[in-house]
Design a protein around this ligand. Structure first.
Ligand SMILES: [Zn+2]
Ligand SMILES: [Zn+2]
Ligand SMILES: [Zn+2]
Ligand SMILES: [Zn+2]
Length: 172
């Protein structure tokens, strides 16, 4: 299992904010407070709790760092999260969405769940691997491919394979 989308985060005590200058006007002190408070990346509100979470270089309320899928509070279940395609996910949802569902029959590399998959019979292929296995011709939308002897073939190579097969059968 690849781990490059796996991040750990930390629970931190928030630095005590500098007290607004009592001589400053109300407006000024408000600005000063906002500048000093970390903004939560989840709800965009200043974080005034004693503890905050630092994840992905951003700050979060403890209750705001949630899995985008099941909404579980990630701080409650551990100190790691998964980040992919702008989603913050718990491990379970990450694996469900981005786990590896199969192996490409052409290149033998795994196909991730979010990738488009071409299927022929029981085989799965990356889109870019879905081509005639002899001449590597790709198929455009609406174009017919042929699946023969567990191979994806263009029309020409399908005919050649078939001919070879029948000559082999005849000579046997
Ligand atoms: Zn928040
Ligand atoms: Zn989740
Ligand atoms: Zn492939
Ligand atoms: Zn071909």
């Amino acid at each position: 299992m690849r781990v490059e989308n796996h991040f750990s985060f930390e629970r931190r005590e928030r630095q005590i904010l500098t007290q607004p200058d009592i001589m400053a006007t109300e407006n000024k002190s408000l600005v000063k407070t906002e500048q000093n408070a970390h903004l939560c990346s989840g709800c965009k509100m200043p974080i005034t709790d004693r503890y905050l979470l630092e994840a992905l270089g951003l700050y979060w309320h403890e209750g705001c760092l949630k899995c985008n899928c099941c909404e579980c509070k990630l701080g409650d279940i551990g100190s790691t999260l998964y980040n992919k395609a702008n989603l913050i996910l718990c491990k379970r949802d990450y694996l469900r969405l981005f786990g590896v569902p199969g192996v490409c029959a052409a290149c033998n590399k795994p196909i991730a769940a979010f990738e488009f998959v071409m299927r022929a019979a029981k085989n799965a292929y990356h889109i870019e691997c879905f081509s005639c296995q002899i001449c590597r011709q790709r198929f455009r939308v609406g174009e017919n491919f042929h699946f023969y002897n567990n191979k994806v073939l263009c029309w020409d190579h399908y005919r050649m394979e078939k001919e070879e097969e029948s000559t082999a059968e005849n000579t046997a």
